[in-house]
Write a protein that binds this ligand. Structure first.
Ligand code: SF4
Length: 283
């Protein structure tokens, strides 16, 4: 149904089997999709826009402007094409994870994200489709009321508004407390925890004080934390922290009763960070 929407432009595989795809759309815009294999099964990370106006200072997708919304067909087509590629390689793919966390802010392409989620549930038979937002507060409230459940990941990345504005400059409109209040509402309404993504950067947000503030901000009944490592991008003024530091940060959170996972870093050598491959090709 959707296979003519995307033309495969590049495909890169790393030693662990993570695959990064670069597609060209009918209007010449390009988007990326990542296939990854997790201990619990295979997953896909799909894009929802061709760039991103949110402008996170650590993200290569932010360099792609102006962003255009992908249609629901274009979002689903990524999953169809990755599935086809996996099957051609002889893989069994009972999909376990489909996440709308690639290029773009899914809640700024709300209707198409929701429609694509509905179709992805039907097509993959998957239990949960998830989406990652930078914190578009009114849309979080709206998503909480939808018939279709989309697991919410909120990219917090900071415990102080000042630090967060340095990382995500265009989210000045909503502060951390407003984003978390909307997320609490979502978690209570849906009866499921919201995942707080926390990307750790050396000397920016990785201090013990940050861990303590995170503990104060997050109710363990409503939130789970995913600690993420940044894939370095040449020319970006951030440093990735070491595994040991992530471990220590996580220990502080779990000792305080928060569910916290250190997420494995995938595809570092194939530019699997969001928008990274495309940024290199556009440079
Ligand atoms: S991290 Fe996500 S929200 Fe931020 S610029 Fe990149 S794609 Fe957009």
């Amino acid at each position: 149904m959707t296979d003519s929407l995307l033309q495969l432009t590049e495909r890169h595989v790393d030693d662990e089997g993570t695959v990064k795809y670069l597609w060209t759309l009918h209007d010449g815009r390009r988007v990326e999709t990542v296939f990854f294999s997790h201990h619990a099964g295979p997953g896909q990370c799909l894009s929802t826009q061709t760039g991103c106006a949110v402008g996170c200072t650590f993200c290569a997708t932010a360099l792609q402007r102006p962003a255009r919304n992908l249609t629901a067909d274009e979002i689903v087509a990524q999953a169809v094409e990755v599935d086809r590629d996996c099957r051609e390689r002889g893989m069994e793919v009972p999909w376990r994870f489909v996440t709308l966390s690639g290029m773009g802010e899914p809640l700024l392409n709300y209707d198409n994200t929701l429609e694509a989620s509905r179709r992805l549930y039907e097509w993959t038979g998957i239990e949960v489709v998830s989406a990652t937002t930078s914190g578009v507060v009114p849309r979080i409230y709206r998503l909480a009321e939808e018939e279709t459940y989309v697991q919410l990941h909120v990219s917090l990345h900071a415990t102080l508004n000042e630090t967060r504005r340095q990382l995500i400059p265009t989210t000045r409109k909503w502060g951390i407390e407003e984003i978390l209040e909307a997320s609490r509402h979502f978690a209570r309404t849906r009866g499921r925890r919201v995942i707080v993504n926390y990307l750790l950067f050396e000397s920016v947000n990785d201090a013990i004080e940050d861990a303590h503030r995170l503990i104060d901000l997050l109710d363990p009944a409503l939130f789970e934390v995913h600690l993420l490592l940044w894939n370095e991008i040449p020319g970006f003024d951030f440093r990735r922290i070491g595994d040991e530091r992530v471990h220590d940060f996580r220990e502080l959170l779990t000792e305080a009763g928060l569910m916290a996972k250190a997420m494995p870093s995938k595809g570092r050598e194939i530019q699997a960070g969001c928008g990274q491959l495309l940024a290199e090709r556009s440079a």
